[in-house]
Write a protein of this length. Structure first.
Length: 370
């Protein structure tokens, strides 16, 4: 009897082990493919084997495709610490959790400022930009007479002993614990923020070669893009590749020179009455009071759903607008509009699609050099 009981116990344990292994493998396969299937419609039913002898059909309600922003949120929940993108300039690495957190915060800030799904955003940002460096913040604090020392800690490079040694020798008044919070990959975050909030995003290449050789043509390109798109928000870098883009923007929208967002009044320019927020991605607001700082739109309130008041956003929601350019890089008309699903499938924004597919990518280029 003892031998029979032992054999029976072993059979039961083996069966339980196989069942657990089967469920674990199924969950892992489903999770691994979410990045590829997240923007595809779900089937109305699925068949699963039941004990290897019969088929159990589990019905589920058919769903519309989800937006890229929702797909990113699901991926960030399942794989929060997976490194997904790296910017060679300043060696900034972002995980899925970082991308989703800042995209959600930017979407919350834009909606909280009064923008609504369907509004138009014009980006005059390069794809490689990871701005918000410490230099300008350091300079601003020194202007106030504060002696500071800043330490940027990279967990993979510095040990706790090295950090303690640096603090003892430098006696810093301010310590920044991580460089990710000082640099935001503006363009890619903006793409997902627009998906989350239901905005239509147009992109105009800042073309630094044209801006340096012919500033008037660069300003003409921006002016025409604003006119054609009726953009409600304009995003531009502060400076890059020895070009001051704030000065160029002021040449197109001169009201920026005299306006001050700090007074609490709505921005208005008769040239582009639809434009509500000209935004720069630099850190300092000194001499740029007529433009909104990108960092001030980051509102991590985590209540985007309630702010959208039940607005339905899915894979069919428009996301990308096309600008048709002439030989000089100046827009002549608007082209087709692509939905979330079309942008993902066509890889219209390669890094956007790679993030949703959980494919690690490295982005070259230089950030702020001015």
């Amino acid at each position: 009897m003892t031998t029979s009981a032992t054999v029976l116990r072993r059979l039961v344990l083996q069966a339980a082990s196989k069942t657990t292994q089967h469920h674990t493998t199924t969950r892992a396969a489903s999770t691994a493919s979410i990045g590829l299937r997240s923007l595809a419609p779900l089937s109305s039913s699925s068949s699963l084997p039941n004990n290897g002898t019969s088929t159990h059909v589990m019905s589920r309600r058919a769903m519309a495709t989800i937006s890229a922003g929702d797909a990113l949120a699901r991926l960030a929940s399942d794989h929060p610490h997976q490194e997904i993108i790296r910017y060679e300039h300043k060696n900034v690495k972002w995980t899925l959790k970082h991308v989703n957190y800042y995209a959600d915060a930017l979407a919350c800030g834009l909606v909280d400022s009064g923008l609504q799904p369907g509004d138009v955003v014009l980006s005059w940002l390069p794809m490689h930009l990871a701005e918000q460096g410490i230099y300008m913040f350091d300079r601003a604090l020194r202007m106030w007479g504060i002696a500071i020392a800043m330490i940027i800690i990279c967990p993979n490079k510095y040990t706790s002993c090295q950090v303690r040694f640096g603090m003892m020798n430098l006696s810093p008044h301010i310590l920044f614990a991580h460089n990710k919070f000082l640099q935001t990959p503006s363009q890619h975050i903006l793409q997902f923020a627009c998906s989350k909030a239901g905005f239509l995003l147009y992109h105009l290449d800042p073309n630094p070669a044209l801006a340096k050789s012919s500033p008037d043509k660069a300003k003409a390109a921006l002016a025409k893009a604003l006119e054609l798109t009726n953009a409600n928000v304009l995003f531009t870098q502060e400076a890059g590749d020895d070009v001051n883009y704030v000065n160029l923007t002021e040449g197109v929208v001169p009201e920026i020179r005299i306006f001050d967002f700090g007074e609490g009044m709505p921005f208005f320019t008769p040239r582009y009455p639809h434009l509500r927020f000209p935004v720069h991605t630099g850190y300092s607001i000194v001499d740029k009071e007529g433009m909104y700082a990108f960092k001030h739109f980051l509102v991590p309130s985590n209540n985007l759903g309630s702010m959208l008041r039940g607005t339905a956003l899915d894979g069919k929601t428009p996301l990308l607008g096309e600008l048709v350019l002439d030989n000089d890089g100046i827009p002549v008309k608007t082209g087709k509009v692509m939905t979330n699903e079309e942008v993902f499938k066509a890889k219209a924004w390669p890094e956007f699609s790679s993030i949703l597919s959980r494919e690690y990518k490295e982005i070259g280029g230089v950030g702020v050099v001015f």
